[in-house]
Design a binder for this molecule. Structure first.
Ligand SMILES: [Zn+2]
Ligand SMILES: [Zn+2]
Length: 132
């Protein structure tokens, strides 16, 4: 069982299985949202413990389509945790402990700021891997 929560503790959830993948998105939206490193979880693995009603959704204007969820008390980024999709990314910062995964890819590296240096061997794509 993998536990996750926000900074203030209002939001708590569990994952029944380990996420399938971890990666870092260097686009300006993820950076502003504080959700650059994400893990992909299955809807069926997500169990709410408390605070689902304390999660709010920011839906960006087109062409950006990914909704950004966060705790409305403390602002912790939670990725797309309110998604109805079968599989969706959540922010790795919301996980309470190590889950045995390391960053496996870097995307939107063209938008990466100079102050962030990639210091691992994971593959990099200038844009989204599926557009590259
Ligand atoms: Zn919170
Ligand atoms: Zn991004």
């Amino acid at each position: 069982m993998i536990k996750g929560s926000c900074y203030c503790g209002a939001v708590r959830f569990e994952l029944l299985n380990k996420p399938s993948m971890m990666g870092t998105c260097h686009c300006s939206r993820c950076r502003k949202a504080g959700a650059s490193t994400i893990v992909f979880v299955k809807q069926a693995d997500l169990r709410w413990v408390q605070g689902r009603e304390n999660v709010t959704l920011f839906q960006p204007e087109a062409p950006y389509k990914y909704g950004r969820c966060f705790c409305m008390t403390c602002g912790t980024s939670l990725g797309e945790i309110l998604s109805q999709e079968d599989s969706f990314p959540i922010a790795a910062n919301a996980l309470d402990e190590d889950i045995g995964l390391k960053v496996q890819f870097h995307e939107h590296v063209a938008e990466k700021p100079d102050w962030y240096e990639i210091c691992d061997e994971a593959p990099q794509s200038e844009v989204h891997p599926e557009q590259a």
